[in-house]
Design a protein around this ligand. Structure first.
Ligand code: ADP
Ligand code: MG
Length: 461
């Protein structure tokens, strides 16, 4: 019997409900929406990135089990942020959504909406970002006049998108008729590809070259190696630049360090101002957390000493800091416990670094190959035995390649050893697998995040 996507999901939900506490069911399963069932993959949409991670870590196996029962074949479960809700800021999962400012203006059909929280008021300035913030502010006050383009670069989660959108907010507020076009470079790439295939390039060019006053392009490092798109981007850039329209770009690297980018683009990217954002220091991290506390009215829920504790232990980036608050709130609310340092230590065990004096990264214990297989299997909704088997169905090959990659990268195992741990495969298969994963890591951000979060779990106690 063929079940439709909806029927299958209803059946799975009924089963899951019998197995998990009602609270978990309401928090995690009810909000999920079945998006697609293609072959052996069931894609579920959830409200935000945090729910994706949480579900991947906790619920993939459970859902996969019931999906197999409902559909009569092994099913891989994929969680993904629900497209319709992408525009919503992450934290409003916990707080009442702000009154919507509907109908902003007839938008450019390519424009992605600005996140309402990404304003200058909400941006905490410190040493690591003061240059970028000052430049962004200046550009917002006098678009097209001072620095054009403004190029902001830095590692992930350090506020590039936030700053760029803050420029958009200011400009939009001051001159409501002004056309702000915010796009991710990935979207631009996709539109160019579609434009070429569908012969709609003239329309695309009109949209990008004439219907824009402020051009915000996020993550331009994705343009690397994409020649046709770079060509298109080059001409778009020139047209807007000549018309004195402000351009703001972000990237994970400075222009000079982008070998896959044509020289003429590199040099244009350097025409205006190139500013970096770095990692915030301890004081800055505390200030950022205080800001979130104030914004979300959490003063009475999360005591200051807990904020201090998080700021001290989570040093990598701001997104991670925010993730900790979300996780902590959730952890406390599911358990009806008050938020204290002890609770934070418990809830954030996988995110906080062990105290430097007790453990250095060198003495940190390496996980076992069994753990690698277990973690990957659970997160990709298959069994560890499946990973070790000879079966070559797609639902197994992808996680198997990832597990091999992690065995190589994290455990630094020999190729032959890895082959043996995965059902006696030969070393060339292992090389091919590791290679394939590496290539996908480079091009696919959500894949990268997923593998990264699996890697982190390997070190969790
Ligand atoms: P990037 O684009 O550099 O990867 P984002 O702009 O998406 O990073 O920032 C990640 C999260 O951290 C966002 O929720 C953003 O609001 C927040 N954030 C980053 N820097 C700051 C800051 N200086 N002050 C307040 N929030 C910040
Ligand atoms: Mg960004």
């Amino acid at each position: 019997m063929q079940l439709s996507l909806k029927e299958a999901w209803t059946r799975i939900l009924d089963d899951v409900r019998k197995e998990v506490p009602e609270k978990d069911f309401k928090a995690w399963f009810e909000p999920a929406k079945p998006v697609a069932l293609d072959g052996d993959r069931l894609v579920l949409g959830v409200p935000d990135e945090f729910a994706v991670q949480w579900n991947e870590a906790k619920h993939v196996g459970l859902v996969a089990r019931h999906a197999e029962r409902a559909l009569g074949r092994p099913i891989a479960i994929v969680f993904r942020v629900d497209e319709e809700r992408l525009a919503r800021p992450q934290m409003d999962f916990f707080v009442a959504p702000p009154p919507s400012q509907a109908a902003v203006m007839a938008p450019n059909p390519s424009a992605q909406p600005l996140n309402e929280r990404y304003t200058f008021e909400n941006f905490v300035i410190g040493k690591s970002n003061e240059l970028a913030a000052a430049a962004a502010h200046a550009v917002a006050e006098a678009p097209g006049k001072l620095y054009n383009p403004l190029f902001i670069y830095g590692a992930t989660g350090l506020g590039k998108t936030h700053l760029m959108q803050a420029v958009g907010h200011i400009v939009q507020k001051r001159t409501p008729g002004l056309r702000v076009l915010y796009v991710g470079a990935e979207q631009f790439i996709n539109e160019v590809i579609e434009g070429i295939h569908g012969r709609t390039m003239p329309e695309l060019r009109r949209r990008y070259r004439t219907e824009v006053d402020l051009f915000l392009v996020d993550d331009v490092h994705f343009l690397e190696g994409k020649e046709a798109t770079q060509e298109e981007f080059f001409h778009t850039f020139n047209t807007l630049y000549e018309a004195k329209k402000q351009i703001v770009l972000t990237s994970d690297r400075p222009p000079k360090e982008m070998p896959g980018l044509e020289a003429r683009l590199v040099s244009r990217f350097e025409w205006g101002m190139v500013a970096d954002v770095g990692q915030p220091d301890l004081e800055h991290r505390i200030a950022i957390l205080r800001k979130k506390q104030e914004q979300d009215h959490l003063e009475t829920t999360i005591p200051d000493e807990v904020l201090g504790f998080i700021a001290e232990h989570v040093q990598s980036n701001v997104r991670e800091l925010e993730g900790c608050i979300i996780k902590l709130l959730l952890y406390a609310s599911l358990r009806h416990r008050e938020i204290t340092i002890d609770l934070a230590r418990e809830a954030l065990a996988d995110k906080i670094r062990p105290g430097q004096e007790t453990q250095t990264s060198a003495s940190r214990q390496l996980p076992s190959i069994d753990k690698v297989q277990d973690v990957v299997a659970r997160r990709w909704g298959v069994t560890p035995e499946g990973l070790r088997s000879k079966a070559r169905i797609k639902t197994l090959t992808v996680p198997r390649q990832i597990a091999m990659y992690l065995a190589r990268e994290v455990l630094q195992m020999q190729l032959v050893e890895i082959g043996q741990a995965f059902g006696g495969r030969d070393h060339s298969t292992v090389i091919h697998s590791v290679d394939k994963v590496q290539r996908q890591l480079q091009r696919d951000r959500s894949f990268r995040e997923r593998v990264e979060s699996a890697r982190q779990e390997l070190y969790a106690p």
